[in-house]
Design a protein around this ligand. Structure first.
Ligand code: HEC
Length: 229
């Protein structure tokens, strides 16, 4: 046992250290998003905020309205009332109605599709980005961004921030981030939950197997076949 500990402990310590460096970005400048994919209220609020503040420019074209409704427990009527504004059908993909040519003229670029943004940049990045706008008069929209320097997106949440405490605003941004995390991988809703159950099952199975093994070996060691030494 001691020998086992001696060899595994340094390996474990090394693993934890390297995971730590992997998790923190270069320079460690990102704030922690601390999103919770199992928090349904947060996801619902995030979906609403996204449709109100972001979907005018950004598509999430890998996602359909009715799938959001089903996954987040929002009734069809509420999906139409709170999430859809342009006479789409509930089976439609969530696409922005902004014409590409117009976008290039207005922003110098087209607002990217955000279906997989949480996979490519991570939730901490999105959370920090949305809270990272600051006033910079030299820019076309009068704002710049801490982590996407010379950004061509306006600070769309500026108005929403005015009548809110920092905590409430941070929570709203966290909810949008959480929603984008879900959009990036809808199966996460199921697999994270299932993962815990599978691990729990394996744990119970481990205890049972261990007891069973003890039971078997009890006889083998000192039983009818082998005298106690
Ligand atoms: C007025 C149009 C507009 C709105 C509304 C808008 N964005 Fe953007 N967004 C843009 C543009 C344009 C870019 C590209 C910025 C650049 O590349 O400089 C962008 C970039 C981004 C990026 C970075 C993507 C990348 O690949 O680097 C994220 C994330 C993002 N937006 C999220 C949001 C969220 C979340 C909202 C809603 C709260 C939102 N945007 C609302 C126009 C918009």
């Amino acid at each position: 046992m001691k020998k086992l500990l001696k060899t595994t402990l340094p390996v474990l310590a090394g693993l934890i250290l390297s995971l730590n460096t992997l998790a923190s970005p270069a320079g460690g400048t990102l704030d922690r998003a601390n999103t919770d994919i199992n928090n349904q209220n947060s996801l619902q609020n995030g979906a609403k905020l996204f449709m109100n503040y972001c979907s005018g420019c950004h598509s999430i074209s890998f996602m359909r309205y009715n799938r959001i409704g089903k996954d987040l427990n929002i009734s069809d009527a509420d999906v139409e009332k709170y999430l859809m504004f342009n006479g789409e059908k509930t089976g439609d993909k969530v696409t922005s109605s902004m014409p590409d040519a117009g976008a290039v003229k207005w922003f110098g670029t087209t607002p990217p599709d955000l279906s997989l943004i949480s996979r490519s940049k991570g939730t901490d990045w999105i959370y920090t980005y949305l809270r990272g706008f600051y006033i910079d008069e030299s820019r076309p929209f009068g704002v710049n961004n801490k982590i996407l320097v010379n950004v061509s997106m306006p600070d769309v949440l500026w108005e929403a921030r005015q009548n809110k405490s920092t905590e409430d605003f941070d929570q709203d941004v966290r909810d949008i981030t959480n929603f984008l995390d879900y959009v990036g991988e809808p199966a996460k809703l199921v697999r994270v939950d299932l993962g815990y159950k599978v691990l729990g099952f394996l744990f119970v199975l481990f205890i049972l197997s261990y007891l069973l093994k003890k039971e078997y070996w009890k006889d083998v060691k000192y039983g009818k076949w082998r005298a106690k030494d």
